[in-house]
Design a protein around this ligand. Structure first.
Ligand code: AMP
Length: 388
């Protein structure tokens, strides 16, 4: 990958693709982690004498400009964190108005373009759009690790038309996650959770041969338990993946650790009545919502002595505090490990670690859920390829 060291930015207009897809509620930004993560690259470019033009997506607009997906609430957050005025350009990114609004941007100044997904060609990696966007700058920097697995115009397309490099965040992420792929120190333990096996099957299949243990929690565990003939009540599961789950258990059974007990609810609600049952004997009218207390202890014990750990996905429906304790237990167990290289990726697991107040005990917290999983699947990320 080319880095900022390979890019001459003095006096240049540098287009920077960042990932400012922040949670926004009633016009107020709820979490600024991704803006903070972009600051080292922005400071380096500004100190190097560049004018910086930022591009990002926000949410999934489908019909051009939609007010609720505007980047306007992000501009003041960025101004505060960067300590500099930011010129927010509210017109569509590839429009003539945008080009005109940037005409007098000088070295040391920063502009924030409107949501790149307001352009219909963005997600199609439309060549004409990529070329138009590229005309706004003299060089391109990709620092949006969270979007690097997307072959979109502002992520990879623009790189065809401009001298390009990966930013500091992209470089750090690729290096940190690369350590999980190239010769990770053993014992290597992976914790996978979340709703569905189907979403993470590829990463499970790619990692199982490489790891010493894989702890599987969350909704996806019930597909494995049902495949073994267990009674899972009303718990979420995927019948189409029972055969696959059995195959994985037959080949890698000694590595796979499933929850032996489950905290069940009588409704999908924080106010549900709860009870603990063996994961393979859940009553017909109940639903598995979190790993149970024995499994919390077993999962923590399975981590002891690990030298490399990767965690993606919650152990239960952790959005409901009643069913968050399994996920929190994993966060705490991970934070306690000493001498281990620990990596957490994916919005839910990252937010559990942040809430536990122990983020500083984790070796690397990834800003990209999907992107980190694709790297661990063994795939090349289109964004990284484009700046390589
Ligand atoms: P993912 O994005 O694949 O990591 O999945 C995260 C989602 O999985 C969260 O919204 C959780 O509420 C959900 N989830 C985790 N465990 C369960 C479960 N036992 N039943 C239903 N949903 C679950």
């Amino acid at each position: 990958m080319k880095t900022l060291e390979n890019l001459n930015v003095q006096g240049k207009r540098v287009l920077v693709r960042v990932d400012y897809n922040l949670p926004i509620k009633d016009g107020v930004v709820q979490d600024t982690t991704r803006v903070e993560a972009s600051l080292p690259t922005l400071h380096k470019l500004l100190e190097g004498g560049a004018a910086v033009i930022l591009m990002s997506h926000l949410g999934r607009p489908k019909n051009g400009i939609e007010d609720k997906f505007r980047l306007a609430p992000i501009a003041p957050v960025l101004e505060k964190l960067l300590g500099k005025p930011v010129r927010y350009v509210a017109s569509s990114p590839a429009s003539n108005e945008t080009a005109a609004a940037l005409a007098d941007l000088k070295p040391g100044e920063v502009a924030l373009l409107e949501n790149v997904r307001f352009e219909a060609g963005e997600e199609k990696n439309d060549r004409a759009l990529s070329e138009k966007l590229s005309k706004l700058g003299d060089a391109f920097v990709l620092d949006a690790f969270g979007s690097a697995h997307r072959a979109h115009s502002s992520v990879s397309g623009v790189a065809e038309f401009l001298p390009s490099a990966g930013g500091i965040l992209l470089e750090q992420e690729v290096k940190a996650l690369g350590q999980l792929i190239a010769n990770p120190n053993a014992p290597y333990v992976v914790i996978i959770g979340g709703a569905k096996v189907s979403d993470k099957l590829k990463v499970i299949e790619n990692l199982l041969p490489k790891v010493d243990k894989m702890l599987i929690g969350g909704g996806m565990a019930y597909t494995f338990v049902k495949a073994q003939g267990g009674k899972i009540g009303k718990s979420i599961h995927e019948d189409d993946f029972l055969t696959k789950a059995l195959e994985l258990l037959a080949t890698y059974g000694s590595k796979i650790v499933l929850p032996t007990d489950t905290l069940c609810g009588d409704a999908f609600s924080n106010e549900a009545n709860t009870s603990v049952h063996p994961t393979n004997a859940i009553p017909d009218d109940l639903e598995g919502m979190d790993i149970g207390p024995d499994s919390q202890v077993a999962f923590a014990a399975a981590l002891v002595g690990a030298k490399t750990v990767f965690w993606n996905g919650p152990m239960g429906v952790f959005e409901f505090p009643t069913f968050a304790s399994g996920t929190n237990a994993v966060a705490n167990a991970l934070a306690k490990l000493e001498g281990a290289y620990t990596v957490v990726g994916g919005g839910d697991s990252v937010s559990a670690i942040n809430k536990s107040g122990q983020a500083d005990k984790i070796s690397h917290i990834s800003t990209g859920g999907g992107a980190s999983l694709e790297l661990l699947e063994g795939l090349e990320l289109p964004g990284v390829v484009a700046v390589s």
